[in-house]
Design a protein around this ligand. Structure first.
Ligand code: SF4
Length: 514
């Protein structure tokens, strides 16, 4: 008999028992301490759980540890939730905690025995890990300052809320062909990144009316494509459009290869016209035909600094933390600082940073200054602001190289080397070619790979990718240069790129790198 392919195995596992049903098994495994069926381990993803590698485990420690991702709807966490997550990190995750590029938060060293307690605690504060991973709708990407940014084209809070209500733990969406990423934004800077979502809605003002541009089939990793413009819908049509496209993907998406199973692959197979006709027929109306919109370049998609909120008397503060790393103490300190200055909520961003949403104007400078004590910066250097990194070799089973610590060291090295550099520079460190930290769309991408050292040995290192950019229809993926770098030369290599750019006298790093 022919051996089962990877895709056949996953499809079988999903059809035999769905991912949502594995909660009962998780509780059973936690009580009984019996060995976990490897196929259930695959289903654990539906609750945000991945096994982690054993790099940081003692030789005699046989425990199976997991990474746990908690979904932050619209990126939001309030003070009580920060305290809850800090305690979980301290008690169950060896104080690890990192913000992700999908406005989630992740912990490591999680043991199955602790999961019932962790799930109860997060549920008690209104958080959940359901559908944080697996072949399901992932966290809906949003602009973190929607509704409070004076330049916002549309407050998408309630639309995102409706989409989340539809998606959240929906048993009809438990078995999609692959992961599925939706975004919605009214942001004037297009910070949600519609180009790399499977499905997204971007508010655009046309002839005085706000319409939502529908973009489909974008992605990185196995589906490295810039999303295509499908047309426009009214705000009132967004939810129905989500429902129709999501169910079309569920019912017709390709399932024969894990590498060709995203929405973009279905659109490739059908062609955009057939896909659009199918969607319009099911919707019962035609999408509004207008040309696509001019998107803000990736470099300008940020909300750092102190800004007046559109709610009178309040400000919001866009802050940077290196590589998303916050940890248990950082979460607790952040809760204390928010409380001290009468703020209640932060929202995580898709660059592994966060915004403090609701600071009384009189406290905004004091709060921003206090955040510096915990290494969180409201006026970050260009290097700290936009350097992101994936999980890397400490915990990720696919990684060949360390990323998080190197990202922090790199940003601080560049800050010292170029103290007066004031242009945006985006840098991404990835532990392997899976692109979780988006190396193809930043100025300087570093992708984990094997490289040769001076003695000709194959060792961990990076390949350099240059000149990526998101800018709507004129987006481009960075060029894989073939230049391989040993980690010990990483800082010097990036330094030399910045140096050459400065010496070139050119105006704009992106133009220089392209
Ligand atoms: Fe893991 Fe690779 Fe993704 Fe990094 S890019 S988190 S190493 S799979």
């Amino acid at each position: 008999m022919a051996r089962e392919t990877a895709a056949q195995r996953v499809e079988r596992i999903k059809s035999e028992k769905d991912g949502l049903s594995v909660l009962a098994d998780i509780k059973e495994y936690a009580i009984s301490n019996k060995e976990i069926d490897p196929e259930d381990i695959d289903r654990f993803k539906w609750y945000g759980l991945y096994t982690q590698n054993k790099n940081l485990q003692d030789d005699n420690d046989e425990t199976l540890y997991f990474m746990l991702r908690i979904k932050l709807e619209q990126g939001a966490i309030n003070v009580d939730q920060l305290r809850c997550l800090s305690k979980i990190s301290e008690e169950f995750a060896r104080s690890t905690a990192d913000f992700t590029t999908r406005q989630d938060i992740q912990f490591h060293f999680i043991k199955v025995i602790d999961l019932p307690e962790i799930f109860e605690r997060i549920q008690n504060v209104g958080l959940s890990s359901v559908f944080a991973a697996g072949d399901v709708p992932r966290n809906v990407a949003t602009c973190p300052v929607t509704g409070i940014d004076k330049d916002d084209l549309y407050d998408t809070t309630y639309l995102a809320h409706d989409i989340n209500n539809y998606l959240r733990g929906n048993p009809e969406l438990v078995n999609l062909p692959r992961k599925y990423k939706i975004g919605i934004s009214g942001c004037s800077k297009h910070c949600m990144g519609h180009e790399i979502q499977d499905l997204s809605f971007t508010a655009v003002k046309i002839d005085g009316e706000v319409l939502f541009a529908v973009s489909v089939g974008g992605g990185l990793g196995s589906n490295k494509k810039i999303a295509l413009h499908l047309g426009y819908v009214l705000a009132a049509q967004v939810l129905d459009t989500v429902k129709v496209i999501t169910t079309v993907y569920r019912d017709h998406g390709l399932r024969k290869s894990r590498k060709k199973a995203r929405l973009g692959h279905l659109i490739d197979e059908w062609g955009l016209d057939k896909f659009k006709a199918c969607i319009e027929e099911k919707l019962g109306f035609e999408l509004i035909k207008k040309p696509s919109f001019k998107a803000t370049p990736y470099a300008r998609r940020e909300h750092f600094g102190i800004h007046k909120s559109s709610i009178a008397g309040y400000s919001y503060i866009g802050c940077a933390i290196n590589g998303g790393h916050i940890g248990s103490k950082g979460l607790a300190d952040l809760a204390d600082i928010l409380e001290k200055y009468q703020a209640t909520t932060i929202k995580a961003t898709n660059t592994q940073n966060f915004i403090v949403l609701d600071v009384p104007d009189k406290n905004s400078e004091k709060l921003a200054n206090t955040l510096l004590d915990i290494n969180v910066d409201a006026r970050p250097s260009p290097f700290k602001a936009r350097t992101i990194s994936c999980t890397g070799i400490k915990f990720c089973k696919f990684a060949v190289v360390e990323t998080k610590d190197q990202a922090i060291l790199l940003a601080s090295y560049l800050e010292k080397r170029f103290p007066n550099f004031d242009e945006t520079v985006s840098i991404s460190l990835n532990g392997c070619p899976n692109s979780c930290a988006h190396p193809h769309v930043v100025d300087i991408g570093l992708m984990g790979t094997k490289v040769k050292d001076e003695e000709g040995n194959s060792v961990a290192g990076f390949e350099l990718i240059l000149g990526g950019n998101l800018e709507g229809e004129v987006s481009n993926f960075g060029l894989k240069t073939g230049i391989k770098i040993l980690p010990k030369y990483l800082n010097r290599t990036v330094e030399s790129i910045i140096e050459q750019y400065i010496n070139s006298g050119q105006n704009g790093l992106h133009g220089f790198l392209k």
